[in-house]
Design a protein around this ligand. Structure first.
Ligand code: SF4
Ligand code: SF4
Ligand code: FES
Length: 262
């Protein structure tokens, strides 16, 4: 069956990074664009017509699976949620893989760093003596966590954060905005019983997850496709609580006594 190109179709100029772990570079393509299309449609058309081995990761094409993350004109974005209509027809559109993570091939990167960091955040500790279905929380506490639960794990915030974007050496010590947000969520959870087990989430945020590296530039918030206020609602409150704890006279006294007894 033949398809009839829409009368509003035009040819766009694309530059796409192609290569693998050994290196690569930008390749130029001229490709047809139709009304209503997104950048992922164009990448698929490239695969269908000119570059059948072009590697790209995607799944839902609906902004929900978080797999099609890449950089468009140098800005971290979802390929499936970036409309072609935001660019002028004359513009050259450059598509490159996420810069903060190692390339596997073409537009596909190895985002394993993020799964390592996810595993380093201790899980929610259920409150003792409260069974499933018996948890009760104030609605405002539910709403607070709910915002963070919208995360689709696209890792665009991780990619854009300057702490690791240009500083590979910081990756060991810094969890990145997505996982500092997870620590913040658990720390503000009214039912989390981590403290009863001796786990101080505020202290670990500073000492193990690198909260101090964040200088609240809000770049992570700007690229989040879910519109989560990562900096204002998670990172800044976590920093405030971590500092409060540091200057809390009772915590200070407790540390002194513990140190003397050591
Ligand atoms: S606000 Fe913090 S975590 Fe977010 S991009 Fe800036 S330095 Fe990174
Ligand atoms: S917080 Fe936003 S940008 Fe970061 S991984 Fe989640 S959805 Fe993506
Ligand atoms: S393909 Fe699922 S978010 Fe883009």
């Amino acid at each position: 069956m033949s398809t009839v190109a829409s009368s509003t179709a035009y040819d766009a100029h694309f530059r796409v990074w192609r290569g693998d772990t050994g290196g690569g570079g930008l390749q130029d393509f001229t490709v047809e664009v139709n009304e209503g299309e997104v950048v992922l449609d164009i990448v698929h058309r490239l695969q269908a017509t000119q570059a059948p081995d072009l590697a790209v990761r995607w799944n839902c094409k609906a902004g929900k699976c978080g797999s099609c993350s890449a950089e468009i004109n140098g800005r971290p974005r979802l390929l499936c949620m970036t409309r072609m209509s935001v660019f002028s027809r004359e513009e050259t559109i450059t598509v490159t893989p996420l810069r903060a993570f190692p390339v596997v091939r073409d537009l596909v990167t190895d985002v394993g760093f993020n799964y390592t960091k996810a595993r380093e955040v201790p899980a929610f500790v259920p409150p003792p003596g409260v069974g499933p279905g018996e948890y009760r929380m104030m609605q405002e506490d539910v709403d607070r966590s709910q915002e963070f639960r919208k995360c689709i794990e696209c890792f665009l915030c991780q990619d854009t954060c300057h702490v690791v974007r240009d500083h590979e050496e910081n990756k060991t010590a810094f969890a990145g905005p997505r996982f500092l947000m997870r620590v913040a969520e658990l720390d503000m959870h009214p039912l989390d019983a981590a403290a009863d087990t001796g786990l101080d989430r505020k202290a670990t945020a500073q000492e193990e997850h690198g909260l101090g590296y964040c200088n609240i530039t809000k770049c992570c918030t700007e690229v989040c496709p879910e519109g989560i206020h990562i900096t204002d609602n998670a990172l800044i409150p976590l920093k405030e609580r971590a500092v409060d704890r540091k200057y809390d006279p009772l915590v200070w006294l407790g540390n002194k006594i513990r140190r003397r007894g050591e």
